[in-house]
Design a protein around this ligand. Structure first.
Ligand SMILES: Cc1cc2nc3c(=O)[nH]c(=O)nc-3n(C[C@H](O)[C@H](O)[C@H](O)COP(=O)(O)OP(=O)(O)OC[C@H]3O[C@@H](n4cnc5c(N)ncnc54)[C@H](O)[C@@H]3O)c2cc1C
Length: 385
């Protein structure tokens, strides 16, 4: 696969920025469970987080394939894009379905870093993967909507100014199809926190700034609605394809980091008077992970190409996410094994990346649900749930 000069240049520029944020920066943030604000600011200043924003609003107007390369290189450099990736994938919903007024109001501020769009409120504690059973409601009242309910795993909510929120606007029993009656809102959290919006951090096995969010009669302007009322699920599905492709690109980057780290260590570490990498028992798992990563990488670029051409990449985005998350997790496990005891030592960064990489066979969609999508929608097997 040969890349265009533009894409190669993006890779070099992201790599250069990431060298300013070496392992000890991430180790300290990880230890303190602190948000890597300096890193996110640097990405914003360099324009990377505005990659998808059209030039007329201050962004660079790039396509999803370029955004995927940015996220991949962040991970491949040992950094953690989870602190900022939502801005890339939420952006697509705003770009595709937001009104001209909403774009003019928010995009320039997001592009220049005055505003962060980093929170995505979909998951709820009781509905789990069954998104259509979500219970958060937004009820129209004059020029406002009044929001009540709870979200969980709303990552970066404490570090974001805006949240893309999915809520039910028509009760489920009053709609013909359960996919109807859900709506998307762009919530300005600066005005909301303390006035009906409460955020509670959740401590997790890796540094992810994730939270629970409670809505208690939160009043938001009716102009926060994106697109048409009741069509939110359709909008979010399109955004979820972008999310899966971008996360898959991050997994490819992680896999590249683990493979490089393992190969370097296997060349240098000498046991029984020869490099451990001379043993096929050590070489083969690294080589296998490389092949697995490359296959996933091809699917990521294919899915992004279908998305960029305006198609519906449901199948490709899901397969990219499945293959890439499994490739990165296999590479993480291999990298620990290759390092032996040092794989567990903080200073090698392997154990930190191992913990971070574990997330992606679960979120933003778990492997089982992808397999079920492929079985039902691609292979025509009966629906299982
Ligand atoms: C660190 C972190 C950050 C997150 N960030 C966000 C965020 O910013 N915004 C957001 O909205 N969400 C976020 N999420 C939520 C994430 O998308 C969900 O955790 C994920 O989709 C899985 O849903 P669940 O946890 O409710 O699992 P459940 O739906 O409870 O599923 C549990 C297990 O059962 C399996 N399962 C369930 N139903 C079936 C079935 N019918 N057939 C086979 N297997 C099944 C699943 O595959 C899974 O393995 C985050 C999660 C984590 C852990």
């Amino acid at each position: 696969m040969t890349e265009s000069d533009d894409i190669a240049e993006i890779r070099r520029a992201v790599q250069a920025l990431c060298t300013e944020f070496p392992g000890d920066y991430w180790r300290e943030k990880d230890r303190e469970r602190a948000y890597p604000g300096e890193f996110v600011d640097a990405l914003t200043k360099a324009g990377f987080l505005a990659a998808l924003i059209p030039e007329e609003f201050g962004g660079s107007g790039l396509k999803l394939d370029a955004a995927a390369v940015i996220m991949e290189e962040i991970q491949a450099s040992g950094c953690n894009g989870a602190s900022a990736h939502a801005q890339m994938y939420i952006m697509n919903t705003l770009l595709r379905y937001g009104s001209a007024e909403q774009k003019a109001q928010y995009l320039p501020g997001i592009a220049n870093g005055e505003l962060r769009l980093q929170a995505f409120g979909v998951s709820e504690p009781t509905s789990g993967t069954d998104t259509l059973s979500l219970r958060t409601v937004a009820v129209r009242d004059g020029d406002s909507y009044v929001v009540n309910g709870q979200k969980i795993w709303t990552s970066r909510a404490e570090h974001s100014d805006l949240m893309l929120l999915l809520a039910r606007t028509t009760p489920r029993e009053q709609v013909a199809k359960k996919t109807e009656g859900l709506s998307i809102f762009l919530v300005d959290m600066r005005a909301a926190v303390g006035n009906g919006l409460t955020i509670k951090p959740i401590r997790t096995m890796m540094n992810h700034s994730t939270t629970e969010v409670f809505f208690d009669d939160l009043r938001i302007p009716a102009s926060s609605l994106i697109g048409e009322e009741g069509k939110g699920f359709r909008y979010i599905l399109s955004g979820m394809n972008a999310e899966r492709i971008l996360i898959a690109a991050e997994c490819v980057g992680d896999a590249k980091w683990f493979i490089q780290k393992a190969a370097d260590y296997a060349r240098e570490r000498s046991v029984f008077a020869r490099p451990i990498g001379q043993n096929q028992g050590v070489q083969f798992p690294i080589a296998r992970c490389y092949a697995q990563m490359r296959a996933a990488e091809l699917m990521v670029h294919h899915a992004a190409a279908v998305y960029d051409a305006g198609g519906n990449p449901g199948e490709e985005a899901n397969m990219a996410k499945l293959l890439a998350s499994e490739a990165s997790w296999a590479a993480a496990d291999m990298c620990v094994q290759t390092h032996g005891g040092f794989g567990f030592a903080e200073e090698y960064d392997v154990e930190r990346k191992f913990r971070e990489a574990r997330l992606y066979t679960v979120a933003p969609i778990s492997t089982n649900l992808i397999l079920s999508y492929l079985a039902e929608h691609v292979l025509g097997l009966p629906r299982s749930y």
